[in-house]
Design a protein around this ligand. Structure first.
Ligand SMILES: *[C@@H]1O[C@H](CO)[C@@H](O)[C@H](O)[C@H]1NC(C)=O
Ligand SMILES: *[C@@H]1O[C@H](CO)[C@@H](O)[C@H](O)[C@H]1NC(C)=O
Length: 508
C-alpha cells in the first residue's frame, strides 16, 4: 500500500473526471462556482506540473479557457490516429503473449498499436493475479516507461518488432502500429534520438521533459478528455471478452472470503465486453491514447485471469487476426541463424533438450526434468546411430554440469555429442549485429509525414550493445531438431518451441 501512496504523491491530484453529457446546459450558481474553481485549479496545476506548457507565454496571456487542456497538442490531433499502448513485463515469452493480446485489442478498438521494446527479463514484474496482488495500471506503466528510457540511454534498445516479424500483419493492413520511439518523439515533442546512447545520467532538460511526459502517459495526471484515457481495470476486477454475450456477469474465479478479509478488498471480477467498455460510444473512445496496463493472462481455475478473447466467430476480421497471431515468427535474421547452426555446426540429426533448472518453480523439478530427458536419450542411444547429437539449451552454467545428468552425458563421449550456443560464438555476434542495423521495428510502423527524424532515430537509436538474442536463436535451433524435443514441463520457452515445431519453422 505504501508504494501506491508514494507513487500517487508524485502528482498533486488526478484530473477530475468529466463524464460525457454530465455538464448541465444551464448551470446553477453552485456548479458555476465549482467549475470556476476547477478551471482555476487546472490552470494552476498545469502551470506547475508541465514545464513546457508553463513556459509558453501565449498560454499565460490566453484566457483561462485556453488552459483547459487538451494536453493533446494540435500536432497530436493532426496525426489523425488513435493509439493504444500497454505495459509488457516479465520474461520474453510473457512479453510476446502480451504483444499478441495487444494486437487483438488494437484491432478490436481500431487503434494504432504502440510497439514497445523488449524489456530485460526481470526489469518489471506484475505480481500475482490469483493473489490479487498486482501493480496498478499506472504503476506498471511508469515502471515500463523507466525501463524503456534506461534501455535507450544505455544503447540497448530493441523493439519487439526487431525480434518478432509483424511485417505481413502490417502490410496486409490487419493492424496499424507505431514504434514506441517514434510515438514518444511525436507525443512528447522531443527529439528522442538525443536520448539514445546517451551516457548522461538523466539530469538534462531533455530527460526532465521525458520524465514529465512519461508520468503523463502513465496516467499520473489522470485522464484528459479526447486525449488520454487510462484503463484502470486490471485482473483483480475484470476479464476482457468480446462478443460472447455475457457482458457484466461475474467471472467464475473470485477472491474467497478469507482473502477479501485479509486484504480488505471488495473486488468482484466481472467479464466485460471490451468493445462496449472502451469502443465507440464510450468515454475512452474519443481519447487519442488509450493506455492499458499489463495484458498478461493465463488460464486459472477454469477461467482466464484477464484476457479471454480467443475467438470471434461473429467478426471475420478479428477472427482472422486471432488465427494469424497464434504463431508469429521471428524475423528472418534469427531464423537464418538457427538454421545455419543446425546445418553447419551440428551437421547431423539431433535431439534438443531445453532444461530450465534454476528459475523459481523449476528448481524443485530438476529430477523430473532430467528423468524425462534420460528416457528419451536412452531410447535414442539403443537405436543408434552413435554418437547421439544433443543440442542443449539451459540456464545452468556449464561449470555446474558435473554431478548432474548433463555432466554424465558430456563425459560419455563415445555415445553422445553435446552442442550448445555461447555468447562468444561468431554466429551469435553476427546475428545480434544484423539485428541492430536491421531496424525492423522502425521500418514496419506508422511514421507521420511531418516526422523528419527517422534517419536520426535509425542512426542514434539502434542498439550499441548487443541484445540478448541467444534465447531466440536457440529456440529456432530446437525447432530444427529432427530426433525430437524434450522441454521443461511448464516452461513458456518449451511451449514456444513446440509451437514453432508445429508450424515447421525450420523447413520454411
Ligand atoms: C478505423 O480507423 C481508421 C483510421 O483511423 C479509419 O479510417 C477507419 O474508418 C476505422 N474503421 C472503423 C471500422 O471504424
Ligand atoms: C555453480 O558452481 C559455482 C562454483 O563451482 C557455485 O558457486 C555456484 O553456486 C553453482 N551454481 C549453481 C546454480 O549450482
Amino acid at each position: 500500500m505504501n508504494t501506491i501512496v508514494a507513487l500517487a504523491g508524485r502528482s498533486p491530484n488526478p484530473w477530475p473526471r468529466k463524464k460525457p453529457g454530465s455538464t448541465p446546459r444551464s448551470p446553477s450558481l453552485l456548479s458555476c462556482t465549482v467549475s470556476l474553481f476547477a478551471v482555476l485549479f487546472l490552470f494552476v496545476f498545469f502551470y506547475f506540473s508541465y514545464a513546457r506548457v508553463s513556459t509558453s507565454p501565449s498560454l499565460l496571456r490566453g484566457s483561462l479557457q485556453a488552459s483547459r487542456p487538451s494536453r493533446c497538442e494540435p500536432r497530436i490531433r493532426a496525426l489523425g490516429q488513435r493509439f493504444l499502448s500497454y505495459a509488457p513485463h516479465s520474461g520474453f515469452s510473457n512479453q510476446l503473449s502480451e504483444f499478441k493480446n495487444a494486437i487483438v485489442m488494437a484491432a478490436i478498438l481500431n487503434r494504432t498499436l504502440v510497439v514497445p521494446p523488449v524489456l530485460d527479463h526481470h526489469a518489471v514484474a506484475l505480481g500475482s493475479c490469483p493473489k490479487f496482488r498486482v501493480l496498478s495500471g499506472r504503476e506498471i506503466r511508469l515502471a515500463v516507461w523507466e525501463s524503456a528510457m534506461e534501455l535507450l540511454r544505455a544503447g540497448r534498445y530493441i523493439s519487439m518488432a526487431d525480434i518478432i516479424d509483424i511485417s505481413s500483419l502490417v502490410s496486409s493492413s490487419m493492424i496499424r502500429t507505431i514504434d514506441f520511439r517514434v510515438f514518444v518523439s511525436l507525443w512528447c515533442g522531443v527529439n528522442i534520438d538525443l536520448a539514445c546512447n546517451n551516457q548522461a545520467t538523466g539530469q538534462s532538460p531533455l530527460f526532465a521533459s521525458l520524465k514529465q511526459c512519461g508520468s503523463f502517459l502513465s496516467g499520473f495526471n489522470g485522464n484528459v478528455d479526447e486525449c488520454f484515457y487510462s484503463v484502470d481495470e486490471d485482473c483483480r476486477s475484470t476479464v476482457w471478452t468480446y462478443q460472447n454475450g455475457n457482458d457484466g456477469v461475474l467471472d467464475s474465479f473470485q477472491p474467497d472470503e478469507q482473502l477479501k478479509r485479509k486484504k480488505k478488498i471488495t473486488y468482484a471480477r466481472r467479464r466485460r465486453n471490451v468493445y462496449k467498455a472502451l469502443g465507440p460510444g464510450s468515454q475512452a473512445d474519443s481519447a487519442a491514447l488509450l493506455a492499458f496496463g499489463s495484458l498478461f493472462t493465463s488460464a486459472y481455475k477454469g477461467s482466464q485471469l484477464y484476457f479471454d478473447i480467443h475467438e470471434a466467430p461473429k467478426d471475420q476480421r478479428i477472427q482472422s487476426i486471432i488465427e494469424k497471431i497464434e504463431f508469429l515468427p521471428f524475423v528472418p535474421q534469427i531464423l537464418h541463424a538457427g538454421k545455419e547452426f543446425a546445418l553447419t555446426t551440428i551437421k547431423a540429426p539431433f535431439l534438443c533438450a531445453q532444461l530450465r533448472l534454476l528459475d523459481g518453480q523449476f528448481k524443485n523439478h530438476r529430477k523430473t526434468t532430467f528423468l524425462t530427458l534420460k528416457e528419451k536419450v536412452e531410447s535414442l542411444r539403443q537405436n543408434g546411430p552413435l554418437p547421439v547429437h544433443i543440442f542443449v539449451m539451459t540456464d545452468l552454467p556449464e561449470d555446474n554440469w558435473s554431478r548432474t545428468y548433463l555432466g554424465d552425458l558430456a563425459a560419455d563421449v563415445d555415445n553422445f555429442k553435446l552442442h550448445f550456443l555461447q555468447e562468444e560464438d561468431e554466429l551469435f555476434i553476427r546475428t545480434a549485429k544484423e539485428l541492430a542495423v536491421g531496424g525492423h521495428g522502425l521500418r514496419v510502423g506508422f511514421v507521420a509525414n511531418s516526422f523528419a527524424r527517422m534517419d536520426k532515430l535509425q542512426k542514434q537509436c539502434s542498439p550499441r550493445i548487443l541484445a540478448d538474442v541467444l534465447l531466440y536463436i536457440e529456440e529456432v535451433i530446437c525447432s530444427c531438431a529432427s530426433l525430437g524435443f524434450v522441454g521443461t514441463a511448464g516452461s513458456t520457452i518449451a511451449e514456444s518451441i513446440e509451437l514453432m515445431r508445429k508450424h515447421d519453422v525450420c523447413s520454411s
